[in-house]
Design a protein around this ligand. Sequence first.
Ligand code: IMP
Ligand code: MG
Length: 179
Amino acid sequence: MGERLKLLYTREEIAGRVRALASAIDRDYAGADLVLVGILKGAFVFLADLIRELKVPPTVDFIGLSSYGQGTAPSGHVRLTKDLGLDIRGRDVLVVEDILDTGETLARLLETLRARGPRTLRTCLLIDKRYRRRVPVPVDYCGFVLDEGFVVGYGIDYAERYRHLPAIHVVEVARGEGA
Ligand code: IMP
Ligand code: MG
């Protein structure tokens, strides 16, 4: 395991961005029937902090995804490993995700959710790697824009490790040690 971690966003910076996102959501969803849908597993810490800053009362659910066909073929699809328990028809759905990268996963998930007839459907991302986008995805709320690097911590993993770290770090693979 030749990787080293370099601090990128401190817990205080993250907390500040989460508070700002929550106040934007409070403003936009006053009186709405807000359903927060967290994408497992990466979004669980972000969602846990976000709901505690909200004044608009949300309901919360989670969805589990596993992506296939990651190559260049447009045949890639998203399989639900855990579906929602809540009915979202006619409701105001806000999808909460850790990182938006190529956009392929979230684009397909949005299609799946859209077909269930929510009244509104928007996205809230902790990190937007927008330079990596291959499929357009609407970004409604965004914590940070990241130009490059693979990150971990605050719920986000590298091979299932580092989710417990309270801050967000960039993974640096040490030279000469391989991956
Ligand atoms: P995409 O937008 O379909 O390419 O995939 C986004 C997903 O890839 C995210 O939800 C993460 O699960 C994962 N991912 C992308 N970049 C990173 C990263 O820097 N660290 C950890 N996971 C990442
Ligand atoms: Mg994810």
